[in-house]
Design a binder for this molecule. Sequence first.
Ligand code: KG4
Ligand code: ZN
Length: 380
Amino acid sequence: MPIAALTPDMQETFALTDRVVLGIESSCDETAASVLRRHQDGTVTLLSSIIASQDEEHAKFGGVVPEIAARAHMRVVDNVIEQAITEANIDYTELDGIAATAGPGLIGGVIAGLMAAKGLSMALNVPLIGVNHLEGHALSPRLAAPCPFPYLLLLVSGGHSQLLSVKGLGDYERLGSTVDDAAGEAFDKSAKVMDLGFPGGPNVERAALLGNPKAYALPRPFARTGHANFSFAGLKTAVARAWESSDKSDAASADLSASFQQAVCDVVCDRTSNAMDMFLRGAPHEAAPHRFVVAGGVASNHAIRAALEALCEARGFALLAPPLRFCTDNAAMIALAGAERLAAGERSDLSIKARPRWPLDGAAAAANPMSGSGRKGAKS
Ligand code: KG4
Ligand code: ZN
């Protein structure tokens, strides 16, 4: 990504005074804008966070349709930004920086948000910063509470399932990733198979409340391997097979949802425990409790949260789970990551391009691409 350094005096002003940053998010199916104030001491005050969801438009297809998503972002992005400015009770001229997701994500949507950001940056003559959506998730706990580096991060969303050691701004070590589907994708596809509606995660969780988690014997891919990688494709296929041979009743969908959710809980905890070992090997000087953050849409699942809480308790980690509104896609995390990058003296050139793929730990992804590789580059 083309990054130009701020001139030393601009950088100093950015880091040493209160600065107001607009964040724009459009990488999947939420169009979001947020304004926050970054104080001189690095703390932030959230002034607004607006999210326009496209769930209804994608529901009849049982998943996000990229073309529909891109059009919807283009249709509403200006309005969502306007609402964020109004709710923050500021004028556009009070903005000191514009941050927008520049990837990874569905390219049409990313372009829509990034173009809006470029226009505002030019019109207001303030710095633009293209943000990695995953960095937004990685820093999201800091929107709610102090969360010093380093910490172990589990990012489980519709597009990603990763375990990362977050050592500092821009300093991420990938400990594990998915070799095929993301956890949220498995929830969405399982929901589709059982006709539970979109988005699948919350519907599977609701159905699971009435089911027996031991009713179906589903696989736990990569169990007891010692590494921190995930595979959800086989689990999803097992759900489809089990559903086919069931009586397709409400009781069957409740039992299968509960069994599937339990399998995801088990897999997530097993791999997180392995990642905890790796994290501790990398930071032996750190005294307990170590920090463990769970972020991404799947982190809003109560059963998964409870299982991770128990794991943290057993392993001497403190669980930091951002409030649900910061777990799913939002622009506050993009504004935060952008404000941090700007304060560190970075800015993006207006020629910055949207990136469908953009791993956080670029070196690990290039050396050992877990999912997606070749001409388009590694996904994770
Ligand atoms: O982070 P997010 O909003 O968007 C992405 O960046 O992907 O995550 C959306 C994903 C969807 O797959 C959705 O089904 C899943 O998070 N999700 C859940 C729950 N709420 C949302 N999965 C399991 N249980 C939930 N309660
Ligand atoms: Zn996300």
